[in-house]
Design a protein around this ligand. Structure first.
Ligand SMILES: C[C@H](O)[C@H](O)[C@H]1CNC2=NC(N)=NC(=O)C2=N1
Length: 97
């Protein structure tokens, strides 16, 4: 999947289909706060994301406290958003159920 930066228009279009993901002020990342039943559910979700991250060679910035997982996605090499961030966001939504 391409690490080419998305245009503003591509970003807006992609985000419209991604429930709960918000664009940062500098438009270089997207973020969503997930909440689960308990730590076990949160960590199961994180495990699936971790395996996905290795498969895509694309890794999240995240923070976990008990049943909450805050995820920020950006592509460092592109210094902004790419299709990889959108793909990971989409699958995170699916994994969260
Ligand atoms: C060497 C390796 O392919 C790169 O460092 C990958 C790994 N994971 C990555 N993850 C993210 N989020 N952005 C990157 O640019 C990136 N680059």
């Amino acid at each position: 999947m391409s690490r080419t930066p998305l245009t503003r228009e591509e970003t807006t279009t992609a985000l419209a289909a991604l429930s709960g993901w918000a664009l940062s002020e500098d438009h270089k990342s997207i973020r969503k706060d997930f909440k689960f039943r308990d730590f076990n559910a949160a960590f199961a979700f994180m495990t699936r994301i971790a395996l996905l991250a290795e498969k895509l060679d694309h890794h999240p910035e995240w923070f976990n406290v008990y049943n909450k997982v805050e995820i920020t996605l950006t592509t460092h090499s592109a210094k902004g958003l790419t299709a990889l961030d959108m793909r990971m966001a989409q699958l995170a939504n699916e994994y969260a159920g």
